[in-house]
Design a binder for this molecule. Sequence first.
Ligand code: PLP
Length: 392
Amino acid sequence: MKNDTSNLMRPFGLPDSASTPVVTPLSPSVVYASSSPDMLDAQYNGDIAGFTYAREGHPNAQALAKQIDALEGVEGGLVTGSGMAALSAALLGLLKTGDHIIAGDQLYGRSLRLLKEDLPRLGIEITLCNTTSAENVLAAVRTNTKMVLLEAVSNPTLRVSDVVGVVNAVSGKNIKLVVDNTFTTPMSLKPAELGVDIIVHSVTKLLAGHSDVTLGYIWARDEETTNAVYGFCVTTGMTPSPFDCWLAERGLLTFPLRFAKVQENAVLLADALASHPNIARVLYPSRTDHPDISVAKNLLRLNGCNMVSIELCDRTRAAANRFVKNTREIAFAPTLGDVGTTLSHPASSSHRALNISEREALGISEGFFRISVGIEDPDALIRAFTKAASSV
Ligand SMILES: Cc1ncc(COP(=O)(O)O)c(C=O)c1O
């Protein structure tokens, strides 16, 4: 008998229901049907809300963007396929040949690569400087400077940028100030309140928090910039996956709880490791021995982040190998912001492309480690790292 497939015609639609789901439904649909050309026109003109094609936006991306907007105290942010997509949208979507950008010299490695290799290829000039002092940024301003890019807390040396000083330094100069708020998160810093023009995030990290999605976020203060960023993202396909957005929204629900806990754990771990005889230095933004403690106090108030960096007294690769081999309980993985603690060794991962003297200039020796602190029992963490430090 022939199968009757005549009833298998899209769209099926969902069953009618007077009640609403508590969890945001997952919407993997790539296309959205409209009832008429007039309706489509009205959607494209922005007169009515609705979706057309997922690359241009979809419900899960919009739901997640709204949640991050609320945390940052802003409206109109956009979720992208990765943190690098958000950074690329800010830089490539807004700068043009002949423009100049000033950026922190200790940014995330891929951001530095974008600045050093891709922007010059497009005829965009760059200056890298130490952004812990706004004077350095001011001294680098040229007539064609259009943008400044900072990370509030840098990776992996946890230097703190003078965000307030830089806002004042570029004010009235037609320069857009972009802050990558990945490390600090809106729990520690709300850049929009300080007058920053553009915020970017790697949502992959603390916001989503479970190392199972790759996503970014970008928000711009003015409408023209927002439209330019949105247009660039749609054209270049920076679209996030609905499933990633759905997972990230779930992760975000526990973000404030997780952040409070990882910060608490980070302070306890930093203090415990600072007194270990085999550890030469411990970096954490709210510690009184941090090189930028006065900037950190003003900027982050009583907050910090979940990252602790340490340097072993023995700055050799052999000691680094011993340290990692003796922290079996901790994932040795070059990521951050997961619920579980991870350990990374910048000299062999994020900063391996730099030569020894470039790494030394940043204070990154073979004995330098970055710890992304998770939500585990702090005593267990202290035990694990103390044991490893004692073994080197
Ligand atoms: C500070 C910072 N910004 C941006 C990124 C890039 O984010 P993604 O890996 O989501 O592209 C990272 C990644 O580690 C980062 O640490």
